[in-house]
Design a protein around this ligand. Structure first.
Ligand code: PNS
Length: 186
């Protein structure tokens, strides 16, 4: 499925240094993810934010196309050193395809560690040449997650501190709530 605008094949190394892929479900992208993008761009010349999707069965709230469109809107301020793409199948196969040498993942609290550790070790087993690098999210994002954002939005709670405006609008449209304004008091 071609939902992204980036050309297939390797990312052009306009600036010297390794290309980093920042993979995730991004269902939806949060301010915590954007914080990691900012940090990744401070370290790597090119970052490809890669939205994982399952063409057969995707339990995501937003389609891959919707996620990409939202992310593009949210990333406007970051310029052209970041690209948005989608992938299905193994992350390491995708990383090889675009010639990314590094996988970037964000870490919040200790609770992320075990899941991330297992994924990193499996990816390392599958592709020893691809290194995973962890960046710590800002402390204000330590409890921000896509799952909680969706749950809070579903029940009309205020998610303004956790997601960019583009996501707030799409959450409200999708869930039919006035997300971010809180519930009307009687
Ligand atoms: O945002 P998420 O859900 O934590 O991202 C997880 C993701 C998409 C990075 C991970 O599930 C993934 O890499 N999926 C692609 C399939 C794959 O390569 N699986 C083996 C990784 S150990």
């Amino acid at each position: 499925m071609a939902v992204s605008g980036r050309k297939k094949g390797p990312v052009s190394p306009a600036v010297a240094g390794p290309v980093a892929v920042y993979p995730g479900s991004f269902d939806p992208i949060t301010n915590g993810h954007l914080d990691i993008v900012k940090r990744a761009l401070a370290v790597f010349p090119r970052v490809v934010l890669a939205v994982a999707f399952n063409p057969n069965k995707d339990s995501a709230l937003f389609t891959a196309e919707e996620r990409v469109a939202t992310i593009r809107e949210a990333l406007v301020e970051f310029g052209d050193r970041i690209e948005v793409d989608t992938f299905s199948g193994l992350l390491v196969d995708y990383a090889r395809r675009i010639e990314a040498a590094v996988v970037v993942r964000g870490l919040r609290a200790v609770s992320d560690f075990e899941y991330e550790f297992q994924m990193t070790m499996m990816n390392r087993h599958l592709a020893p040449a691809i290194e995973t690098v962890f960046l710590m999210a800002g402390a204000q994002y330590f409890y921000t997650s896509s799952r909680l954002v969706k749950e809070v939005a579903l029940f009309g709670g205020d998610v303004r501190a956790h997601v960019p405006p583009a996501v707030r609008r799409r959450l409200a449209a999708k869930l039919g709530t006035q997300t971010g304004r809180g519930r009307k008091r009687r």
